[in-house]
Design a protein around this ligand. Sequence first.
Ligand SMILES: Cc1ncc(C[n+]2csc(CCOP(=O)(O)OP(=O)(O)O)c2C)c(N)n1
Length: 308
Amino acid sequence: MLRIRLVEEAIAARYVDQEMRCPVHLSVGQEATAVGVCAPLRPEDKVYSTHRSHAHYLAKGGDLKAMLAEIYGKAAGCCGGRGGSMHLFDTSVGMELSVPIVGSSIPLATGAALAMKQRGEDNVAVVIIGDAAIEEGVFHESMNFAELNKLPVIYVCENNLFSIYTSLNQRQPDRPITDLAEAHGVASGQADGNDIEAVCSTMAAAVGRAREGGGPSFLVFETYRWFEHCGPNMDNHLGYRTEQEFENWKGRDPVAAARAALIQSGAGDEAALATLADDLSREIDAAFEFAKNAPLPGPDAAVQHVYA
Ligand SMILES: Cc1ncc(C[n+]2csc(CCOP(=O)(O)OP(=O)(O)O)c2C)c(N)n1
């Protein structure tokens, strides 16, 4: 979680240099959901993500240098420099893709789960979506298909309460979104998305069920993004959320909470955590230097991987 936080803070700080020319959707404040969802997974389990994908990619084991090179548009990027921040993948660790078209990864994960079941594997497919994706028709079609076929797929809703500037309360008033899954017969669960232990144990239970043939789950983790929807700045002045709401959620910082829990349990102390932060900062600085100095793709790359 700390590594993800420091990487995204470094992206925000360096974005003004105008060297990263793709849009970036930061997920500072949401780290516990990404890490808690990926922790119970094996490399063979497949994760499908969204436009806000840095944390998912890193939590699933993606390579930091390849991620930053991608954001800098370099040939060494995980998508050859042609995709940018919203197209992160590393199939060697089961990070299958991230796609910015809201909801579009839902049927892909469902199809992957169908293939896993047909091959007789006990792996699972996980699709992490925002709360806006539950408003896409394909969410419902996929849920129904997954439940009918008892597929090993877990639909994870990383509910940060907003679709850009419109709150969930304005879009789906008085309607618990877990009911949507229940209506399709899909088991649902909910936990505090800023509590790493709660996310991890809720996810582990759903993964265990899916591996044993119990079928799909829909999990909702409530969390909050601190930065603007897209970009390195704060945007509270736009008025779509109150300063008080923002401060309340900042007070529930998942990284600070995990740090406090580690110290309280005796698993870590101030000195060890300070050393960890220094080591991570050095790793991150080196990865940025790699990305900045890596070559751009050549003109011949433009016609590679083109199918239509
Ligand atoms: C099909 C589709 N419709 C609209 C958009 C424009 N759009 C980009 S991000 C976004 C909101 C996404 O909200 P959510 O899924 O809750 O994720 P969050 O950004 O809150 O993490 C929208 C509507 C899109 N990318 N795809």
